[in-house]
Design a protein around this ligand. Structure first.
Ligand SMILES: [Zn+2]
Length: 365
């Protein structure tokens, strides 16, 4: 999947019928984000350590139960991990963290910053390891637009959908690189110079500096310096138009007209769509009753979104050994390629007889 993106590297770490977990790596800095933490017990510590933020669609068990495995691997390291979830999410995180005794906590342990995404605001909470992960309120911010997270090359947007409970869908965009349109420079009488280097510096510092920037212009056949008050606004005018490469992640939504139209507008233009397909067409009534998607719904979404790649996830466990039927029912439009994955990627469960065989020297049968 990595060739779609310049810096991002998505990896789906679960099987088709296993509980979902998508990792998106920011390759140049060896860091990653995780979307849903369903089943993590099979993952190497090296996959979990670079995760700097976790995005949870909703706290149904199959999307969140891997959180404990994550905490087990990272809790004793000095770092802060951001977590994002729907309204009520902080109480779920708190309940999980408070399910253990932390009397042995140390000053260097990790912290979690949990951000609940409401339609109009973001409400934050902190859980510091050195304070035994006690929940502390950390204020709220008015929310405009879909963007909820930005780090290096990764930008994540989120929107709420209905699954009987609120569910977040995510869009991960590869943050666009700094680029200038030479035609626009000429149009505004601007000429290249040292000021573009300064503009680039401010871009990567996310416009933290707010003093005017001195640009070079042509006036009366001469180059003149001119202050421009708003460097960010100037960049918006002269930047090269670039559509960022994107990944859409949708799971556990009913196929109501509101959800359907919302997903189509939110994920328009994504290169890779990762989407739940819990049921086959014949079981559409089960999909409607449990507010999930079936293959017929997916075919409609694919036709309208037309991603370059589509990865179906989260097939109901009732279809064990029947995944071929899922792929047979999916009919993507021209230009969309289906990524096939195995039903299982985690090692098979262990039986007691496997263990007693290993122990046979010490415990003769
Ligand atoms: Zn669910």
């Amino acid at each position: 999947m990595s060739r779609l993106f310049r810096y991002l590297e998505p990896a789906y770490l679960s099987g088709l019928i296993e509980d979902p977990c998508l990792i998106v790596r920011d390759r140049p800095i060896h860091r990653s984000i995780m979307i849903d933490c369903g089943s993590l017990h099979h993952l190497a510590k090296r996959e979990l350590k670079p995760v700097m933020a976790i995005f949870v669609s909703h706290a149904h068990m199959d999307h969140f139960m891997g959180f404990d495995a994550f905490v087990r691997q990272v809790h004793a390291s000095p770092r802060t991990i951001e977590m994002f979830g729907p309204p009520g999410f902080a109480a779920r995180v708190s309940a999980r963290l408070n399910g253990y005794d932390w009397n042995l906590c140390e000053p260097y342990w990790c912290s979690f910053i949990v951000r609940e995404i409401h339609s109009d605001r973001t409400v934050s909470f902190e859980f510091h390891g050195p304070s035994a992960f006690r929940c502390e309120e950390a204020g709220e911010q008015h929310r405009t637009g879909d963007l909820i997270y930005r780090h290096n090359h990764i930008e994540v947007s989120a929107r709420l959908f209905d699954h009987g409970i609120p569910v977040l869908a995510f869009r991960v965009n590869e943050r666009k690189i700094f680029g200038i349109d030479a035609g626009k420079l000429a149009e505004y009488g601007l000429v290249q110079g040292e000021w573009l280097r300064e503009l680039k510096k401010r871009y990567f510092r996310e416009w933290a500096q707010d003093e005017p920037i001195s640009v070079t212009k042509m006036a009366g056949g001469c180059r003149v310096a001119e202050p421009v008050a708003d460097a960010e606004a100037l960049y918006a005018v002269v930047c090269a138009a670039e559509i960022p490469a994107g990944i859409g992640y949708v799971t556990d939504i009913g196929f109501s007209p509101e959800n359907r139209e919302g997903v189509v507008s939110f994920l328009q233009g994504v290169e890779l769509l990762v989407c739940e397909c819990a049921f086959l067409k014949a079981d559409m009534h089960k999909a409607r009753a449990s507010r999930h998607l079936c293959t017929k719904d997916l075919n409609e979404l694919l036709d309208r979104l037309r991603p370059r790649l589509f990865l179906a996830i989260h097939l109901s466990k009732t279809y064990l050994d029947r995944s071929e039927e899922l792929y047979a029912e999916l009919s993507p439009p021209p230009g969309t390629k289906i990524i096939r994955i195995p039903e299982h990627v985690a090692p098979r469960p262990v039986y007691s007889c496997d263990v007693t065989r290993l122990n046979s020297d010490r415990f003769p049968q």
